[in-house]
Design a protein around this ligand. Sequence first.
Ligand SMILES: [Fe+2]
Ligand SMILES: [Fe+2]
Length: 463
Amino acid sequence: MKTPTITKKISFQNIFIGLVFFLVLGIVFFIYSIDFSLLVLAFILFIYAKFLRKIENLPSYLDLCLLGIIAILIPILTVVTFKMSGYSIAAIGFVMLITLLFNNLELSLLFAIFICLLGESIDGGNFNVGISLLCGSLVAGMLTFRLKRRFEVIKAGLFAGIVQFIVAFIMERKQSFFISSGLDFGLLQVCLLNGIISSFIVLGILPVFEYIFKVLTNISLLELSDFNHPLLRKLILEAPGTYQHSLVVANLSEAASEAIGANALLSRVGAYYHDVGKMIKPDYFVENLVNYRDVHKNLKPSMSKLIIFNHVKDGAEIAKKNHLNPKIIDFISQHHGRTLVYYFYQRAKELEPEGKHEEEYSYPGPRPQNKEIAVVSLADTVEALSRTLEEPTPARIEEMVRDVVRKRFMEGELDESNLTLKDLEKITQSFIRVLNAVFHARINYPKDENRNSKSAKTKENKS
Ligand SMILES: [Fe+2]
Ligand SMILES: [Fe+2]
């Protein structure tokens, strides 16, 4: 299995982006007389995040530079342009935005350190401002981590504002202990408004940043998982069999992603939408067959293959029309990778044994590009095959799951997904556990002969 290497990530384009970014930073620091040691700090943090620590799911070079520019603009606009207090620098909002977008506390911490030190420097080296902003934004980051509801973001903002005020109040009192006493309502107002207004702004601009950085926050994922979403409602009505299939795939994928530490909510939502393309011709897919009437019987295998292939292309188009995030569209385009449509491939071979059909009957790809899509792709096949098991005993279920995972691995379908062999074993175990639970619930109870004969007699008496 391939593992991304550092050399692959460093390109001339990225070096150019980095140079331009630090040049712009240098000019801005010079114009606003900001301490140049912060420029060195920014460089060290960048090297630490990208190469020393190699933080997972780190934004691209361009995205990191864009975030760096926003981090500089916030204190400059607040203190220099609008002449506001250093305590009103929206560090809380910025850190909440980073945490919601990238779900990575380490990255949030690095940006919190940078923006707070910058705020302190721009506010004339006011240490109280720096330390109170840092405490407030760290609390904001921790409280926003993995949040799924909008209201919780506002609560996090309010609480972070309170923490910022308490730290600022203690620091200010410490310096002027003998001069003033009592609560500083001006400071309280600034800190609370900073926290609350920041959280409202973050919620407002979140969709824009999700689009720019091509990410999906837990908040949006939860909204997409609502079955009242127009696309899911349409799927329920037009392809009920596919909807049922997607539900089971979602359950399998969520459990497996949880087991390997991938984004379980993303897998679940991706599974809900992975087959929306089947809405165009639902009757041509086995799960929607009415009275098991095989509509492919009178079609050439090449025609059937085309109809089956098209559910991927149609799905991506439907998703684009409905403005789904590119991350969800990836599930639709990649869930079959370059696998073979085995049934129609076999039929083509029967009709024309001499022909080479592998290429023609394989999906065009791309292969799954991340762990979550790879999990959904495996769950998709496992679910479809589980329905063909005549007697789904635990041994047969295990054999089928291991066979699917092994074949996919051998075919190289998982090469670009970053899954490790350890992950594959955990995914296998998780699928077996979930399927055993599903089939255990379906096992018939033994008939109670006495009870049956009694109820039959009662019926006879009634009639
Ligand atoms: Fe599919
Ligand atoms: Fe599917």
